[in-house]
Design a protein around this ligand. Structure first.
Ligand code: NAD
Ligand code: GLY
Length: 361
């Protein structure tokens, strides 16, 4: 069991990392002073598994809670789906003090968070992340969004939750591939900020794959801690928060080139981290041993290192049009000497990028 505090000028909140606690969500919601009507948003898979226990708990705590389930998958991060949720909120008579509760992975969290940020100019938002990726990344830090046909996450806001409950035990029902995808983000935290976490992952990959409760609790809380400390210093990503995008620059290009269907987000990030490590090596910023240790760890988690179905030119085109580019420049997050330290650089020579993209494809 662990608790991570996120302290921001707009308000502080706690991330509760407690195995078996999902049935206590009502008590936690009451603990932050919320009551009355509540809209629980989930997807059809997660809603069937955990909807009932969450509704019962909220009702025990005096909330008039109702559940709405959207189809699982990225297509639900859509304005039309958000509109259905607004309609449900109006029909239920939700007011400005009524919480919206996200019960699910990153798709549900981003969608429900976007609705919470915009319905009545913002209502309290609660996160119950149920994928590893959502527990270590998307439920923390306040980025909420839906997609536009011309790009992912283009319509969104920074909107922080009032509390996050990460129940490690719900990961028992998570498919292996989803667990691996979340592990890519945990490896990322080790590389950008915590050599000891990276070593822990190397030493404990068997326990992780077997979903050992203590091991998962440790990696989720370490990850949330790292993300919380970064977000506290730079909530709106003016500079430091960019380090959380390690591996995402090439990762986003891989996702776009494969139309968001071939790779899970975390898998594309694994390929992108391999690419960022290679760029760091070719720039003289780290040793080949560092690159190899990253490759080995990603392989141990059954994550891909290359995207052979993509072509380098196509990836290059997507890199140049990434929404995170500033003034036409790509801000590369690169390893700075050793695991645990990174640097942001926009002066990577074109030849280095081409060489790495060729190796990845
Ligand atoms: P997801 O939400 O699509 O969930 C993956 C699948 O797992 C779904 O089919 C879901 O039904 C199922 N599932 C979830 N929890 C389960 C459980 N406990 N047991 C069984 N099945 C379960 O995928 P994701 O990887 O969690 O999230 C991806 C999304 O997150 C993307 O849209 C991405 O853009 C977004 N994201 C947002 C941020 C952020 O900071 N806001 C960060 C990273 C990713
Ligand atoms: N997932 C990157 C961020 O939250 O900034």
């Amino acid at each position: 069991m662990a608790e991570v505090n996120v302290d921001l000028p707009t308000g502080a909140y706690n991330i509760h990392i407690i195995p078996g606690e999902i049935g206590e969500i009502g008590r936690l919601v009451a603990g932050v002073g919320l009551a009355g009507k509540a809209l629980v948003v989930s997807d059809e898979i997660v809603g069937a598994l955990y909807g009932e226990v969450v509704l019962k708990s909220l009702k025990r705590a005096g909330c008039e809670a109702e559940l709405i389930c959207v189809p699982p998958g990225e297509n639900s991060k859509d304005l039309a789906v958000a509109m259905e949720l607004y309609t449900k909120a109006v029909m239920m008579g939700l007011d400005r003090h009524s919480p919206v509760v996200a019960l699910g992975g990153g798709v549900v969290g981003d969608l429900a968070g976007f609705v919470a940020a915009t319905y009545m100019r913002g209502v309290p938002f609660i996160q119950i992340p149920t994928t590893l990726l959502a527990q270590v990344d998307s439920s923390v830090g306040g980025k909420v969004a839906v997609n536009h046909p011309l790009g992912k996450n283009l319509i969104g806001a920074f909107y922080q939750p009032r509390l996050v409950l990460a129940d490690i035990n719900v990961l028992n029902t998570l498919p292996e591939r989803e667990l691996s995808a979340g592990l890519a983000e945990v490896v990322k935290y080790g590389i950008i900020a915590d050599a000891a976490l990276f070593k822990y992952l190397q030493d404990n990959y068997v326990g992780i794959k077997e979903k050992d409760q203590a091991v998962l609790t440790k990696i989720v809380s370490d990850s949330c801690n790292i993300k919380a400390r970064v977000v506290e210093q730079d909530e709106k990503e003016s500079y430091l928060r960019m380090i959380l995008n390690f591996g995402h620059t090439i990762g986003h290009a891989v996702e776009a080139a494969t139309e968001y269907s071939r790779y899970k987000h975390g898998e594309a990030v694994a390929i992108g981290m391999h690419g960022a490590a290679l760029i760091s090596y070719y720039m003289g910023l780290c040793s080949v041993q560092t690159v190899d240790s990253i490759k080995e760890l990603l392989k141990a988690f059954e994550l891909p290192l290359v995207a052979r179905e993509c072509c380098a030119d196509e990836l290059s085109g997507f890199l140049n049009h990434d929404k995170k580019n500033v003034g036409g420049l790509i801000n590369w997050v690169l390893i700075n000497n050793a695991i645990g330290e990174v640097v942001i650089q926009s002066d990577v020579p074109k030849e280095v990028i081409c060489r790495v993209l060729s190796e990845l494809t």
